[in-house]
Design a protein around this ligand. Structure first.
Ligand SMILES: NC(=O)c1ccc[n+]([C@@H]2O[C@H](COP(=O)([O-])OP(=O)(O)OC[C@H]3O[C@@H](n4cnc5c(N)ncnc54)[C@H](OP(=O)(O)O)[C@@H]3O)[C@@H](O)[C@H]2O)c1
Length: 226
């Protein structure tokens, strides 16, 4: 495929590396190439089969609007825009394009979501719960999209809204903890990303899966089929 990657930061650079290694033709636009999404014109997008976005919460919505209106399939890894999800879903459906997003593209975290969903039963048996997330000091949004997704999953499974505590320190790639505490014992569940490679591989495989599809997809619902 011809893959256009938006963002040449920590994750976007690795997505480009993984996409090339999987045999795709890759072009990358960084912030200077694409002020306020201005590079995403119909003629620039014609040559791309799919656009993958790992930019910033501030930039991503303009990118989504441009790509969807030009009928380009899109994979979005950028977090911090989910209050706009209903509007984006409607836009995608109106334009009949393919759109796939994830708070976290690693298979390990998506398995961890399933573990958290199961563990949420504890909240109906005298346990209290807390979510902690740690990321590198440059991360722009808090809480992390992954922690917010976990909170939503636990809310749906147990009816309980857990508090999220965020830490920004050093160069932590991404650590998420769910602690369940009762008078009798304590359960610790932790996912600790060792590198960004898992995110990059998941995003490229998601783009391959999305080829030729229409619809609005969340990676947590499709990763098993990749
Ligand atoms: N879903 C997942 O699995 C996952 C995994 C990791 C990260 N993320 C999310 O992905 C996003 C990026 O993370 P990161 O760690 O890679 O951040 P990062 O290193 O800060 O990279 C973001 C990049 O986006 C660029 N950018 C900003 N506006 C742009 C525009 N209009 N067009 C093209 N590029 C633009 C920035 O360029 P300049 O440096 O020139 O400003 C920067 O290089 C964050 O929202 C993060 O939470 C998601």
């Amino acid at each position: 495929m011809n893959v256009l990657i938006l963002g040449r930061g920590k994750t976007g650079s690795l997505v480009a590396e993984v996409a090339r290694a999987r045999g795709h033709e890759v072009a990358v636009l960084c912030a200077a190439d694409n002020p306020n999404g201005s590079a995403l014109t119909a003629s620039r997008l014609t040559s791309s089969d799919v656009v993958i976005d790992f930019t910033t919460p501030h930039a991503v919505l303009g990118h989504i609007d441009a790509c969807v209106k030009h009928k380009k399939n899109m994979v979005v890894g950028t977090t911090g825009w989910y209050n706009e999800l209903p509007r984006v879903k409607q836009l995608v459906e109106n334009n009949k394009t393919g759109f796939l997003y994830a708070a976290n593209f690693s298979v390990g975290v998506n398995l961890f979501f399933d573990v958290a969903r199961t563990a949420a039963a504890a909240l109906q048996h005298q346990y209290s719960g807390q979510i902690f997330e740690r990321h590198h000091a440059q991360k722009k949004d808090a809480p992390s999209g992954t922690a917010a997704a976990m909170q939503k999953i636990i809310q749906a499974a147990s009816g309980t809204d857990l508090e999220i505590t965020s830490f920004r320190e050093g160069d932590v790639v991404g650590m998420h903890e769910l602690i369940l505490d009762s008078p009798a014992d304590r359960i610790y569940l932790c996912h600790d990303a060792k590198s960004r490679r898992g995110f990059a591989e998941g995003a490229v495989r998601a783009a391959e899966w999305l080829a030729g599809k229409q619809g609005f997809f969340d990676f947590k619902d499709v990763w098993r089929g990749l």
